[in-house]
Unconditional design. Sequence first.
Length: 56
Amino acid sequence: MRRDPHRTEADVAAIMARQMNEEEKQSRADYVVHNDGQQLLITQVLELDHVFRKGL
């Protein structure tokens, strides 16, 4: 609500209720980068870079 002060609490709740959960988002994604503090981000990014460069 701080980001969109023109929205009411009910507006924000309705928007949030329509959002997909994380499992659904991941099932639809081609690639997922985990930013959970347990896996190194740079390793994941470099792996994706390798995948994308192979496709060129």
